[in-house]
Design a protein around this ligand. Structure first.
Ligand SMILES: Nc1ncnc2c1ncn2[C@@H]1O[C@H](COP(=O)(O)OP(=O)(O)OP(=O)(O)O)[C@@H](O)[C@H]1O
Length: 426
């Protein structure tokens, strides 16, 4: 057992002095011989969790042990690879790689020999005296790998190491990393990678921890039973990907409460225009689409489309099974009806299925004159979300509610009002 985390929570203090709980009750272990992926949406606390394993962040409560010893400061057995490469631009490749060894007091001759060996291993032989600016993104990340591997750490921690690279370079580096991992020269005993890319997790990992957000919790632990090298086109691969899509989107747990609260079921950050656009595209394809194919066709990442997909699924305009999107009859009516009828459909769907919009409608309904300050809702939201996320929640609810003609919002007076609104309950 290299790492054991026991009931780790981490809170940060927001700008307004409010407490933001980013990790909540995380219990996991990392063992020698395995690759573990931390998979989650943006903001689910993946980087915070990885930095806690590295000992760069100390938990608010709970413990992290490295080889049985409670961590108190930087983890001596871990080295990090960052998305942004984080190289020193004024140092040569060789000096960048030697930096960590120098910090550990290794003598110059040994530093030099070890750095050369690490550069050789990662395919950078001959580039020792180049500066980072002379290298492509892929080569820079190779330096990032060499700088971590030269320390011969027990644990290689990687924070989205491939996501700043173009698709082909990223795929080449992944494949090379996997063949190094399979060989006997690889100096580390375990790898932990943070990613929001489901296929990357399935390609690389032995185990995947799926994180949910607000606060970051482990939603599921999935063992990937596929032999290596893995084939993205195999049906077994596709079925693991589908299963992880379901878990990531929370579709296996969200039905637990018949009427979820606005904080239990936050609104996906999608504008009406965005989600109507998605519904329109799927309608044009005959009502069915495969999410990864759609992302490729539109030249987006799946991660970019997920908020739109989640929003359309929340409003029951789409049904999502694994990575398959299927337009519902309501979705088809919404996209083909004339504008007034389409707004009516939208009004019904948001009032019935978008918890924050429903809460606002009910509160306006119960108010004396059909108006309330938006700050009232913002204050309530800030108990569960960061200031930025709370504002995003409110902005989305106002966007949806306004389009549906359920209420209006006046920025000058901060008033939400149902006055004169066609679809309003009163
Ligand atoms: N030092 C900090 N102070 C305050 N808030 C922080 C700090 N570090 C992270 N956060 C907040 O914690 C939440 C989780 O951040 P984190 O970077 O761990 O998530 P993530 O899942 O890695 O997201 P991404 O994929 O976008 O990097 C975010 O809301 C972020 O704003």
């Amino acid at each position: 057992m290299l790492i054991s985390m026991d009931n780790v929570s981490k809170s940060f203090t927001g700008a307004a002095g409010d407490e933001l709980r980013v990790l909540d009750g995380i219990t996991l272990d990392l063992r020698a011989g395995e690759i573990v992926a931390l998979l989650g949406r943006s903001g689910s606390g993946k980087s915070t969790l990885l930095r806690t394993v590295a000992g760069l962040i100390s938990p608010t409560s709970g413990t992290v042990r490295y080889r049985g010893e409670v961590l108190n400061g930087a983890n001596p057995g871990a080295a990090m690879v960052f998305q942004s490469f984080a190289l020193m631009p004024w140092l040569t490749v060789q000096d960048n790689v030697e930096l960590g060894l120098a910090a550990r007091g290794v003598a110059p001759a040994e530093r030099r020999a070890r750095a050369l060996a690490a550069l050789d291993l990662i395919g950078l032989d001959g580039f020792e005296s180049a500066y980072p600016k002379e290298l492509s993104g892929g080569m820079r990340q190779r330096v990032g790998f060499a700088r971590a591997l030269v320390l011969e750490p027990d644990l290689l921690l990687m924070d989205e190491p491939f996501s700043a690279l173009d698709v082909l370079t990223a795929e080449n580096l992944r494949t090379e990393l996997m063949s190094l991992w399979a060989g006997d020269q690889f100096p580390t005993k375990a790898i932990c990678i943070v990613t929001h890319n489901i296929e990357e997790a399935v390609l690389l990992a032995d185990r995947v921890f799926v994180l949910g957000a607000n606060p970051g919790r482990i939603r599921a632990e999935v063992t990937i039973p596929l032999a290596r090298p893995r084939d993205r086109r195999s049906t077994a691969f596709a079925s693991v990907v589908d299963h992880l899509y379901d878990l990531l989107a929370g579709r296996e747990t969200e039905e637990s409460s018949p009427e979820p609260t606005p904080t239990a079921r936050p609104l996906p950050q999608a504008s009406v225009g965005g989600l109507a656009g998605l519904v329109e595209i799927i309608h044009a394809r005959g009502g069915d689409a495969d999410l990864p194919d759609l992302a490729t066709d539109l030249n987006f990442e799946v991660d970019d489309l997920l908020p739109l997909v989640d929003a359309a699924a929340m409003l029951q305009l789409l049904v999502v099974t694994g990575a398959d999107l299927h337009l519902t009859a309501t979705g088809a009516a919404f996209t083909t009806a004339d504008i007034q009828h389409s707004k009516k459909i939208f009004a019904t769907q948001v009032r019935d299925h978008a918890p924050l919009v429903r809460t606002i409608c009910r509160a306006l309904d119960a108010s004396a004159d059909g108006s309330l300050r938006a700050t009232f809702f913002l204050d309530l939201l800030r108990r569960a979300f960061s200031a930025t996320d709370a504002q995003h929640q409110l902005d989305t609810a106002i966007d949806w509610g306004r389009y549906a003609e359920l209420f209006d919002y006046d920025t000058n007076t901060d008033q939400l009002t149902t006055d004169g609104y066609a679809n309003a309950a009163r």
